[in-house]
Design a protein around this ligand. Structure first.
Ligand SMILES: Nc1nc2c([nH]c(=O)n2[C@H]2C[C@H](O)[C@@H](COP(=O)(O)OP(=O)(O)OP(=O)(O)O)O2)c(=O)[nH]1
Length: 128
């Protein structure tokens, strides 16, 4: 089982950050919450802070944990641990994604998401 952490980042206008995985990577061309694999011995919070700095060039404060999702993609099974978080410093840059997009809740279902993220979307936007 691959342990993965991701950040649900909200801005001051109530929009959330969606990130497009680049073509060529696993699940390329699908949208995700930014994050990545937890290193051995690393806490989920520390992994999230590290990954968001590497991928987006920002420092975040990690907040509330959402419900973890276990998803079997056939070739791999992941356990995805989502956390609400907030940018505390830095200017957003797409260092590893094809595109970054701030979305209103209504825009989320229109994007093609990685399958493991669908339960997370349902949890944060229950009516969507
Ligand atoms: N980061 C992230 N990965 C996700 C999400 N949903 C989902 O199915 N995944 C999958 C895609 C990958 O198979 C795995 C995480 O891999 P990753 O490529 O983001 O991890 P990483 O940055 O540490 O990887 P790498 O490029 O260093 O190899 O989890 C999500 O919302 N965020």
């Amino acid at each position: 089982m691959l342990e993965v952490v991701c950040g649900v980042i909200e801005d001051s206008e109530g929009r959330f950050l969606a990130c497009l995985r680049p073509a060529g990577k696993h699940l390329g061309g699908l949208w995700e919450f930014p994050g990545g694999k937890i290193d051995p011995g690393e806490s989920p919070d520390a992994a999230l802070v590290r990954e968001l700095k590497e991928e987006l060039a920002v420092d975040v404060e990690v907040g509330r944990a959402l419900t973890p999702v276990v998803w079997n993609y056939g070739e791999i099974t992941i356990r995805l641990q989502p956390f609400i978080c907030r940018i505390v410093s830095g200017e957003l840059r797409a260092l590893e994604h094809e595109e970054l997009r701030w979305c209103a809740p209504a825009d989320f279902p229109r994007l093609p998401w990685a399958d493991a993220d669908i339960p997370i979307l349902r949890e944060i936007f229950p009516t969507g």
